[in-house]
Design a protein around this ligand. Structure first.
Ligand SMILES: O=P(O)(O)OC[C@H]1O[C@H](O[C@H]2O[C@H](CO)[C@@H](O)[C@H](O)[C@H]2O)[C@H](O)[C@@H](O)[C@@H]1O
Length: 381
């Protein structure tokens, strides 16, 4: 049986689990032109030990600190030239384990063979660059054009942590499927039959179906949203968003000295809500229902609803940058359904197979898919 893992990872994996370099790792690095004196620099540093009290001991604070890479400018500000070279070396060696999806493009296409390709995309950090103000996370004009073309040839869905309405407002294309609130709010066309849905209308007044497995939590999310706004209102830079089925507390613009305080307050609020849980995003604490539903489940739901669940006929591609996207990468990896592609400019452990550095590379990858389709199949869908 075909294994994606064997195919891509075994040849190129650099890091062994105990964070040492194997002989074959060293050979690969030599082949790539690295001198043996830099090998020790390529071994990821061990994580620091846990701290003592509350949000520190439960790992929240550590997760908050590692939740999003610093932007290039900050790296330059705080580290000297040598350290920056070291970061580059570590990044390039990480790419041996998560090769560039652009460089692996032919491989992906060969694997697709005659299969139907379906594309899943996260929004923030994947289609739009990460910015300080969540309300100003806009896609570029080029990205919107690439997305429109992709949706012309391949079934395409956006699966975001934002509310479905908000992500639709930001993307503004009717050709796509949308899943908001980490997949807890999925809109799909009336033509698709599913047992568990409610009827609604979209922005064009067209009848649609909605799948909302956490509907009963709406009043609770509204309540906890109001409480979180209240308990964080004196913390400068804190910002709380209501996504209908989940809520986010942003600390990107909060002074790092106050991160423990914001974490502690969210933690204390959640003590009164045993049916809610916390996950970590990029400089954001995400509060959501404890139900067994995530972006991975949403991918499975959409594949099934769209009649695309036969992995002998369908190859799924999921592109995302966040921890919440790992659930979707896992579904593709474990079900041998296709390729997870992690968007990251810094090394991260992931269930994805491939990587892209940033939103510009995401756009190039989408455009490559469109060109390949047009060259090989004309304008046929
Ligand atoms: O699943 P996603 O579409 O990636 O949504 C995840 C979160 O994205 C947004 O926050 C992130 O992007 C902001 C704008 O670039 C940035 O300011 C913030 O620090 C990031 O965490 C969104 O605002 C969140 O509500 C989503 O949960």
């Amino acid at each position: 049986m075909h294994s994606f893992e064997n195919e891509i990872i075994s040849e190129t994996s650099v890091f062994t689990m105990d964070y040492s370099l194997s002989t074959s790792d060293k050979k690969t690095l030599k082949r790539l032109g690295f001198h043996s004196s830099v090998f020790p620099l390529l071994i990821p540093k061990k994580k620091p030990g846990k701290l003592v009290d509350d949000v520190r001991s439960n790992g929240w604070l550590e997760a908050m600190r590692s939740s999003s890479p610093p932007c290039k400018r900050m790296v330059k500000d705080v580290e000297d030239e040598l350290a920056s070279d070291e970061n580059d070396l570590i990044y390039y060696s990480w790419k041996l384990k998560y090769p560039s999806a652009l460089k692996s493009f032919d491989h992906i296409i060969n694997r697709a063979n005659n299969k139907k390709i379906v594309v899943f995309l996260d929004y923030d950090g994947t289609l739009s660059p990460i910015v300080d103000d969540p309300n100003r996370a806009f896609m570029s004009i080029d990205m919107r054009a690439a997305l429109k073309s992709i949706a012309k040839y391949f079934p395409t869905a956006i699966i975001s942590g934002r509310s479905r309405n908000k992500v639709y407002e930001l993307v503004g294309l009717t050709e796509l499927f949308y899943a908001g609130s980490h997949g807890m709010d999925i809109m799909f066309p009336m033509s698709i039959n599913h047992t568990n849905y409610i009827r609604s209308t979209d922005k064009q007044d067209k009848e649609v179906n909605l799948f909302q497995p956490a509907r009963e939590f709406i009043p609770m999310i509204n309540e906890v949203f109001r409480t979180l706004v209240n308990v964080t209102k004196d913390i400068r830079g804190a910002f709380v968003e209501n996504h209908k089925f989940c809520t986010s507390v942003h600390y990107r613009n909060v002074d790092e000295m106050s991160w423990a305080m914001i974490a502690q307050r969210v933690h204390d609020v959640l003590k009164d809500y045993p049916r809610l849980r916390l996950t970590h995003g990029r400089k954001v604490l995400e509060v959501r229902p404890i139900i067994d539903w995530d972006k991975g489940k949403a991918v499975e739901f959409l594949l099934q609803s769209l009649g695309l669940s036969n992995s002998d006929e369908v190859l799924a591609i999921y592109i995302g940058d966040d921890r919440t996207d790992e659930d979707a990468f896992k579904v593709l990896r474990e079900g041998k359904r296709g390729y997870g592609i992690l968007v990251s400019s810094v090394p991260k452990e992931s269930k994805a197979f491939l990587s892209l550095r940033d939103t510009l590379e995401v756009k190039d990858f989408l455009k490559s898919l469109v060109s390949w389709k047009e060259q090989n199949y004309g304008n046929d869908k």
